[in-house]
Each structure stands twice: as C-alpha cells, then as structure tokens.
Design a protein around this ligand. Sequence first.
Ligand code: ATP
Ligand code: MG
Length: 200
Amino acid sequence: MSDLKKEKTVVLIKPDGVKRGLIGEVITRFEKMGLKIKALKMVWVDKEMAQKHYPESRTELMAAIGKKTLDTYAKYGRDPKEEFANLDPVAIGKMVNKWNIDFITSGPVIAILLEGIHAIDNVRMLAGHTLPVFAVSGTIRGDFSIDSPALANVQGRAVHNIIHASGNTEEAKYEEQLWFRKQDIVDNYKRTDEEVMFEK
Ligand code: ATP
Ligand code: MG
C-alpha cells in the first residue's frame, strides 16, 4: 500500500519558464497539490544530455509528436505541406525533436523529482495539454502560455510550454536516473499533510 504513495515523476521547468520568472508559480502548484519534492536542481544541459532526454531512437515517441502536430494543422485547416517536406509523422516528430533539443539547451532548466499517489497522472493533469493552445485554464500550460505549433513550426522552434513531465512509468524511471544521482535524492522527510491526508 505504502508504495502507492511513492510513485515518482520528473518535472523540468524549461528555459521559457525559468526566463519568465515562473519557477515559483510552477513549484507552488505541485507543492499545494500534495506532491513531495524529493530532489530539485538548476542545470544548463549540453546537447549530449538533451539527446538522452529526447531520444530520437524512440520511434513511437517521434510518431506521437508528429501526429499531434498533424492534428493541429487539421484542426486549423492549415496545410502541413507548407512547413514540412515529408508528412510522415515519424519524420515530423524527428524534426520537432531537434527543436526540442535546441530549446532545452538554450538556457537553464529546473529539474524536480516529485513523489506521491498517481504522481505521473496528477502532474500531467496539472500541466495540461502539450500544446498551450489546447490547454485549459487552470493548468500550468493553459494559464501561463498561449503558444501553438502553428507559429512554432513556421519559426522552426519548439512549442514554449513551460514544463516537461514524464509521460508514463517507464519514462519516469528513465528520466529519474538520467537527471538525478542517488545522492541528489532526499528520502527521509515527512510533510505535515501526509498525516492529515493518509493516516487513519
Ligand atoms: P513533454 O514531453 O515536454 O512533457 P508532452 O509529453 O506533453 O511534453 P511530447 O509529445 O512528448 O509532449 O512533445 C515534447 C515537446 O515537443 C513538447 O513539450 C513541445 O514543447 C514540443 N512540441 C511538440 N509538438 C510540437 C510541434 N508541433 N511544434 C513544435 N514543438 C512541439
Ligand atoms: Mg513527452
């Protein structure tokens, strides 16, 4: 049972969030939700680290990014051929992935390891839709960004959506070991609300 309270997820506040002074706003939301901070640091990563975070070799990930992009073009009745020479979702995903790598290396990021019940899903709900244009109010991306691939793709850059959050258990495990060393992680403190919320 106690393991349920120990699900972990990695959040990155991307360079747009850091440069716009939104670090506090973002962390506050996760703290208030009830997730426990297990590790937190500021880093300016190099290309090698960025490539490990956004691995081009994960074809299914590239396809998903490409599909989201094509869906946006369809929704707004725009022709993706104007921006992309190849309309294969994987090819589009790989192109976007390169922009992601440029973006995440363009300034410092805050890396946070969060823990709590359904941490992965809870964080993604609070983060909102990947593309801020579709993110509802109340979510981090909905409240603090208005960006859209419609503009980002013309400009050849990543969508500025403030944070990254692990997508599933497998991603969370991979990202935890990628971003944090054992000694970065604090394991043995209690938040006061744990007692109120979870002790019978
Ligand atoms: P993240 O992995 O950053 O938490 P996500 O899982 O919600 O976001 P992914 O589909 O993994 O979304 O996309 C990774 C990142 O790529 C997005 O956060 C966004 O910054 C960028 N991105 C996605 N689609 C596009 C696009 N069409 N044009 C530009 N950038 C995009
Ligand atoms: Mg993702």
